[in-house]
Design a protein around this ligand. Structure first.
Ligand SMILES: NC(=O)c1ccc[n+]([C@@H]2O[C@H](COP(=O)([O-])OP(=O)(O)OC[C@H]3O[C@@H](n4cnc5c(N)ncnc54)[C@H](O)[C@@H]3O)[C@@H](O)[C@H]2O)c1
Length: 256
């Protein structure tokens, strides 16, 4: 839907996507731009974030922001408002995305705290600082959780706890911020979010794909399409929910 007064090819809405220098965040940013959004990409990796934003064209803008640092979150949100004067969507995607930590006996409190700070507290800080602006435009938030919120491999305590917390934070925010702001979580399974050069160098195997009921490992576009729909007005009756996008893996019964 075009909003009157918006520049040509632009739907007039502004989205902030965290952790967008690569992987799923970059895929979400690119998808939203194709749908006509103005997208602010943010990341701690400034060189890479600035490069990909430039490649995405005039409707992409990059800011540096560590989501675990409240001063940086507050300053980043102010930058977005200063530049565009509005904010319609927030995608909390930034994370320490490697799920594996040290064994429990070797896991330091500092490592645990850092994963929780980035993956969970970051989303709370972003929601807190964006809420007044999202409220003004009946905006929406999508948090990137994980199927690891509900199932585990060994030595993934910090990541699993952070994502379980994020699913709970999602419904808490939906109740606190509704009816003006909708809040949902997307929980991906295995998504091949690597750069094309890495994907070519180490291609996935037939077995990687075949184990999925969908017949394939996920791509960033599989996640981006769902996030974009949740941010759209077509999802006006959907809030507080978790959506699993995992090719059916968590519905498959596995006994050796
Ligand atoms: N790829 C998967 O299979 C998969 C599966 C389930 C969930 N997820 C979730 O999806 C999201 C994206 O995953 P990905 O595979 O694209 O990860 P990725 O590691 O490729 O990208 C994460 C990005 O977040 C940034 N980042 C890290 N710490 C940050 C911080 N403190 N502040 C701001 N930015 C920071 C990184 O610089 C990086 O650009 C994450 O929330 C991840 O947990 C991914």
């Amino acid at each position: 839907m075009e909003i009157s007064g918006a520049p040509p090819g632009h739907n007039g809405r502004v989205a902030l996507v965290t952790g967008a220098a690569r992987g799923i965040g970059l895929g979400i940013a690119a998808w939203l731009i194709c749908e006509g959004w103005q997208v602010v990409l943010s990341d701690v990796d400034r060189p890479r974030g600035a490069k990909v934003a430039k490649a995405l064209g005039d409707n992409a803008w990059f800011i540096t922001m560590d989501v675990a640092d409240e001063a940086q979150v507050s300053a980043g949100v102010s930058q977005v408002l200063g530049q565009f004067g509005r904010l319609d969507a927030l995608v909390c995607n930034a994370a320490i995305a490697n799920p594996h930590n040290q064994t429990l006996e070797s896991l330091s409190l500092a490592q645990w705290n850092r994963v929780l700070a980035v993956n969970l507290s970051g989303a709370m800080l972003l929601a807190k600082h964006c809420a007044p602006y999202l409220r003004a435009h009946n905006g929406a938030i999508v948090n990137l959780a994980s199927t690891r919120a509900r199932q585990s491999e060994p030595d993934t305590e910090a990541y699993a706890a952070s994502k379980g917390g994020l699913v709970a934070l999602t419904h808490a925010l939906a109740i606190s911020l509704g009816p003006e702001i909708r809040v949902n979580a997307v929980s991906p399974g295995w998504i091949d979010a690597r750069d094309p050069s890495q994907r070519r160098a180490e291609p996935l195997t037939e077995a990687d794909h075949a184990q999925h009921p969908s017949g394939k490992v996920g791509a960033v576009e599989d996640v981006a399409a769902l996030v974009a729909w949740l941010l759209s007005r077509q999802a006006a009756f959907v809030t507080g929910q978790e959506f699993v996008v995992d090719g059916g893996m968590t519905r498959k019964m596995i006994y050796a």
